[in-house]
Design a protein around this ligand. Structure first.
Ligand SMILES: [Zn+2]
Length: 180
């Protein structure tokens, strides 16, 4: 894992841009961002995601090639970037537990979304930026059906289920308007 600042992440995205779009278009898709939590511990890193965000909001990449194929989102990995908050060990759908997403993690994810969408020409909207809960619902293994995956269905214990994606995209749009 390599710790990066947002300016470095932007450069990595620009370097991978043509291959990401080529890989996506080969399957008649657009480039997409998938938002996860790891369901592991704070500070426990995973190679399955291109980008890992720790509890203090620091951002790490598991590869210098953001177009590399990684196994993060079932049937959706080509031409897609997987981004995970390192958290939510022991979470259940009523209580996100002792390692719930931190405020710093949530803000960092929103900033990462803003930077990547600008670099990759993506609109910050649920068509291009979705939580694993949202993607899983489209593929019938999300909270509406089997609930096999429900990453970021909500961000804090007590929040209304289903609100996580819109909160993250709303924050990302806020940061996007302020990017240099
Ligand atoms: Zn996931």
């Amino acid at each position: 894992m390599k710790k990066v600042i947002l300016a470095e992440l932007k450069e990595l995205a620009l370097a991978a841009k043509s291959n990401l779009w080529k890989n996506a278009k080969a399957l008649d898709r657009d480039v997409k961002l998938y938002l996860h939590w790891s369901a592991g511990h704070y500070n426990q890193f995973w190679d399955d995601y291109h980008i890992n965000i720790d509890s203090d909001g620091s951002v790490y990449v598991s590869t210098t090639d953001l177009a590399e194929l990684k196994a993060h989102t079932w049937h959706r990995n080509s031409g897609a970037i997987g981004i995970a908050l390192l958290c939510c060990a022991g979470a259940n759908t009523n209580d996100l537990g002792k390692e719930s997403p931190t405020g710093l993690q949530i803000e960092a994810m929103a900033q990462v979304i803003a930077v990547l969408c600008k670099a990759l020409d993506l609109i910050i909207d649920s068509e291009w930026v979705m939580t694993h809960a949202e993607a899983a619902d489209q593929d019938d293994y999300g909270p509406k059906t089997t609930c096999e995956r429900w990453d970021l269905w909500f961000l804090k214990t007590g929040d209304k289920p289903g609100t996580g994606g819109n909160i993250l995209r709303g924050k990302a749009n806020f940061y996007s308007e302020r990017l240099p």
